[in-house]
Design a protein around this ligand. Structure first.
Ligand SMILES: [Zn+2]
Length: 255
């Protein structure tokens, strides 16, 4: 099989149950810095200091000093053509499940549904003490209204966090099992913009392959699965996915 958007389109249209797994490389074209890349955000901030459970518990004002501008940055960006192409593949029922490591909500904003957000989501606020939930809007109003910049829970007074999973915090159990269930049903997995280095998400391609499923990878950098990928695309996610949708159109016109 050749490594082209046409080959990816063919792989997806032959699948019974194709799923996608997306990571940071999906959103860099929307202007969101990739935390792990050389010029990524964590080169300037120490993640264990600013985005950890420990800092959230011990120094919530330090945590929120970093987190509050990040909410504005993530709210100001827009989905890019790669997000739109993924949403289009879902609408056409070419893609059946979507798992993302991204917390930026850009898949939902591009029209994707049932997004499995394994690293949590910016879309809500949570209380770790009493499990109360708020909307993102309430969270921002509370943070901006507090003298120390720390939003607090109406029910118990504890500091609120956003729905984004912090370093040192466990991943959301329901989302992780949904991701595993999707992989166990899949006969094709398309990886976009994930370097497949962070467990447990990095195990999803193995789960699909163990049952004879196919693997397609679209990233700019290398992944540990490159040598076993059935289709391996490099370059910009937006360009390659838009061409994949065009290739599906072309093959439907031929049939
Ligand atoms: Zn509470």
């Amino acid at each position: 099989m050749d490594d082209s958007p046409e080959a990816l389109a063919q792989l997806l249209s032959d699948a019974e149950h194709a799923i996608a797994l997306t990571g940071a490389g999906m959103s860099t074209e929307s202007g969101i810095p990739d935390f792990r890349s050389a010029e990524g955000m964590w080169q300037r901030f120490d993640p264990m200091e600013v985005a950890s459970l420990q800092t959230f518990l011990r120094k919530p004002e330090r945590f929120w000093q970093f987190h509050r501008p990040r909410i504005d940055m993530l709210s100001a960006v827009a989905p890019n053509p790669a997000h739109e192409a993924i949403a289009e593949l879902q609408r056409r029922r070419v893609l059946h499940s979507l798992v993302t490591q991204n917390i930026d909500r850009l898949h939902s904003r591009a029209g994707s549904t049932d997004v499995i957000e394994v690293h949590g989501s910016l879309s809500r606020g949570e209380c770790l003490q009493c499990q109360a939930m708020t909307t993102l809007e309430e969270l921002v109003v509370k943070a901006d209204g507090a003298a120390d910049g720390v939003p607090r829970c109406d029910a118990c007074g504890f500091q609120l966090k956003s729905g984004v999973v912090m370093f040192g915090e466990s991943l959301p159990a329901a989302e992780i099992s949904a991701a595993y269930e999707a992989a166990e049903r899949a006969d094709v997995i398309l990886v976009v913009g994930s370097s497949l280095q962070v467990a447990p998400v990095s195990e999803l391609p193995s789960i699909v392959r163990r049952r004879g499923g196919k693997l397609a990878i679209l990233t700019e950098g290398d992944t540990p699965y490159d040598s076993v990928a059935d289709v391996r695309l490099r370059g910009k996610a937006a360009v390659q996915l838009v061409e994949t949708v065009a290739a599906l159109d072309a093959s439907q016109q031929r049939n």
